[in-house]
Design a protein around this ligand. Structure first.
Ligand code: NAD
Length: 363
């Protein structure tokens, strides 16, 4: 198969759809891979590295789309790319159709096969192509919380670990899923005194058993959260209620329970956020204050570490990309239920119910 790796066009998106290691695997399977000139540059991968593993470097995005039967990328196509996607071309990427009507309409019109990373789902309901980005975002949340605790950044002026003779800081993680576990592990590794909450008792048992001794698992109720707030230093929001809006576990009035300079990191901001006072921010302007409480609400946290994020993403997508290239999408989706669930739009028709329902379109 002929596979295309275009350079991402979305503002501030530095990741790329596949690393040279991934391309090497595809060429080993006999496929032809076209990589756009400088596509991997911002993730730390040069054209030469791709060429060494057999990729053909093409100068423009138009040529990559024109040559390829399958496009592998990171973010959803944006408006200038819509016209480049043609009938029956397979596009394997994050789409998030439920948040973007113009994209949905454009992909219906294109007649392409849209296989969305975010809905590839295994039998145990896990989302294997979302997990790696949550693992990155959780770790980064702890690092950013520690960074903004500095006095010069608006924080309380505390070092996350403390030092011998001075107590470590207190970190509260709301939601003990992939993001929450990664955040708790990182904060604990830096020496903080960590509390992680969830509404699932089996999950709390697992977290208590598997995480270091300076992490304590607490059942999530408003009462319990209120009791934690007066002496907490960093709160990390990582709750997800599938198919629903994220609940506001810390309301505006609860900000008054915390000391000024407390840092709130709302990782769940891409689903509306866990704090009532959260609104999305960007890497170029990541924080703001409400009532003296620092809010960090960047919606694409992994974008700050594109080298790690690109490698983590390729690790997860590669086996699916190889199957799609080896067998073609029809057979690959027949053979693998997880991949089948990734099909969102095929030949002008929506094939994923939740997307059709959001836009009131036929399914
Ligand atoms: P997950 O499904 O693995 O974990 C969510 C957890 O929240 C579950 O364990 C669930 O039991 C728990 N939960 C639900 N309601 C709760 C409540 N009331 N109190 C406490 N816990 C509750 O999800 P995840 O992969 O960890 O993702 C978490 C959020 O982070 C999602 O919204 C995801 O989209 C977002 N995310 C954001 C970025 C970013 O860059 N900002 C990156 C990756 C993920």
């Amino acid at each position: 198969m002929r596979i295309g790796i275009p350079k991402e066009m979305k503002d501030n998106e530095n990741r790329v759809g596949m690393t040279p290691a991934g391309v090497a695997e595809l060429t080993k399977h006999g496929h032809t891979v076209f990589v756009q000139h400088t596509a991997g540059e911002n993730s730390g991968f040069s054209d030469e590295e791709y060429a060494e593993v057999g990729a053909e470097i093409l100068p423009t995005i138009n040529e990559v789309y024109a040559q390829a039967d399958m496009i592998v990328k990171v973010k959803e196509p944006i408006e200038p790319e819509y016209g480049l996607i043609r009938k029956d071309q397979l596009v394997f990427t994050y789409f998030h159709f439920a948040c973007d009507r113009p994209l949905t309409d454009a992909m219906i019109k294109s007649g392409a096969v849209c296989l969305a990373y975010e809905t590839v789902q295994k039998a145990d309901r896990s989302l294997p192509l979302l997990v790696p980005m949550s693992e990155v975002a959780g770790r980064m949340a702890a690092l950013n919380g520690a960074f903004y605790l500095q006095k010069t950044k608006g924080g309380k002026g505390k070092l996350i670990s403390g030092v011998p003779g001075v107590k470590p800081t207190k970190v509260l993680v709301l939601g003990g899923g992939t993001v929450g576990e990664a955040a708790a592990r990182m904060a604990a590794g830096m020496g903080a005194d960590v509390t992680i909450t969830d509404i699932s008792l089996p999950r709390l048992r697992q977290l208590e058993n598997e995480l270091p001794a300076n992490v304590h698992a607490l059942y999530s109720t408003e009462h319990n959260i209120r009791k934690e707030l007066p002496d907490v230093d960093i709160v990390i929001g990582s709750v997800l209620v599938p198919g629903d809006k994220t609940p506001h576990l810390i309301t505006r009035s609860m900000l008054g329970l915390m000391e000024k300079g407390t840092v709130l990191v709302d990782v769940a901001i891409d689903q509306g956020g866990c704090f009532e006072t959260s609104h999305p921010t960007t890497h170029s302007d990541p924080v703001y204050e409400v009532d003296g409480i620092v809010h960090y609400c960047v919606a694409n946290i992994p974008g700050a570490v594109p080298n790690t994020s690109t490698m983590a993403l390729t690790n997860a997508t590669l086996k699916y990309a190889v199957a799609l290239a080896d067998k073609g999408w029809r057979q690959a989706c027949k053979d693998d239920e997880a991949l089948f669930k990734g099909l969102n739009i095929v030949d002008g028709k929506i094939t994923y119910k939740a997307v059709a329902d959001v836009w009131g379109l036929p399914y």
